[in-house]
Write a protein of this length. Structure first.
Length: 281
């Protein structure tokens, strides 16, 4: 099977890729090029493309390239710099190529553009590690039981509804955000492993939900860095936000996500967000 055919097969086995209609235009050891058609599910409440959708696209392109180099892999960290806004009906092109590392590690740069436009929308650097399977997998849920349910957070935006993010109150009154484990989260059907880009998108969406609730202002993502600390299995993800700075123009946040135990985080996101409506510090 050719490298291009391998990439197509891997994408066909990934529910988020299938549902979002991603297409592989190139897939070999020199790089991967993916196309993400316009999709109404990827809009934010302002009518632009939700910045979290970029995380799904860049992690998919970079992760596929890592798969061509050394098979099963996991994202170690992913930094995304957002350079400009694009309309929700834009078709995006992701171009991923290796910039360093050696097995079992690989560093991949991914650039995002609107189809037919040379100007960058976002750029990303991600680090990936080769996985070595071992031991027996526990009982895994049936695929038929992993279909997305009705959105839990109405009135937020199309993207949060597509992810099915829920909000619960903790004992101390700080919001807890929940991502159910559904087919939209699955990256690998065999391992029931969660998609790193979906996790990153979820954490970024949570950060924006938190800021909108606190500030009541429009927001734009400047940059995010997601660190992946543990593989995420077939159970819900929970997240909590900590604000390190809430200024007049810039907000800096940390989002911690876990599954069974908050003391054992699955992933952490650190992000800077622009507050587009002026307020006084």
């Amino acid at each position: 099977m050719s490298a291009d055919a391998s990439v197509g097969a891997m994408m066909a086995a990934s529910p988020p890729c299938v549902e979002l209609g991603m297409l592989a235009e190139r897939g070999d050891l020199g790089g991967c090029v993916l196309r993400l058609p316009a999709n109404a599910h990827l809009a934010n409440r302002d009518g632009d493309l939700h910045s979290g959708a970029i995380s799904i696209l860049v992690d998919t392109a970079a992760g596929l390239l890592a798969s061509l180099h050394f098979g099963d892999n996991a994202t170690l960290d992913l930094r995304v710099d957002h350079l400009r806004d694009v309309a929700a009906d834009s078709e995006l092109i992701a171009s991923a190529h290796c910039v360093g590392g050696r097995a079992p590690y690989l560093a991949v740069q991914t650039d995002i553009r609107v189809a037919g436009d040379s100007q960058l929308v976002a750029t990303s650097i991600g680090n990936f590690i080769q996985l070595r399977r071992g031991g027996e997998q526990g009982a895994l849920p049936e695929r038929d039981n992993l279909q997305p349910q009705r959105p839990e957070v109405a009135g937020t935006d199309a993207f949060c509804n597509w992810l099915n993010i829920g909000i619960d109150a903790s004992a101390d009154g700080v919001p807890l955000y929940r991502l159910p484990f559904s087919s939209r989260v699955v990256s690998n059907w065999e391992l029931m492993q969660a998609h790193g880009g979906v996790i990153g998108a979820y954490l970024e969406a949570v950060a924006q939900l938190y800021l909108r609730q606190r500030l009541g202002r429009r927001l734009k993502t400047i940059n995010i860095t997601t660190n992946y600390l543990r593989l995420s299995g077939p159970s819900p993800l929970w997240a909590r936000v900590s604000a390190t700075r809430l200024g007049g123009r810039i907000a800096a946040l940390r989002v911690d996500a876990w599954q069974a135990d908050a003391a054992l985080p699955t992933a952490q996101l650190f992000g800077h967000f622009q507050i587009t409506d002026h307020i006084i510090d």
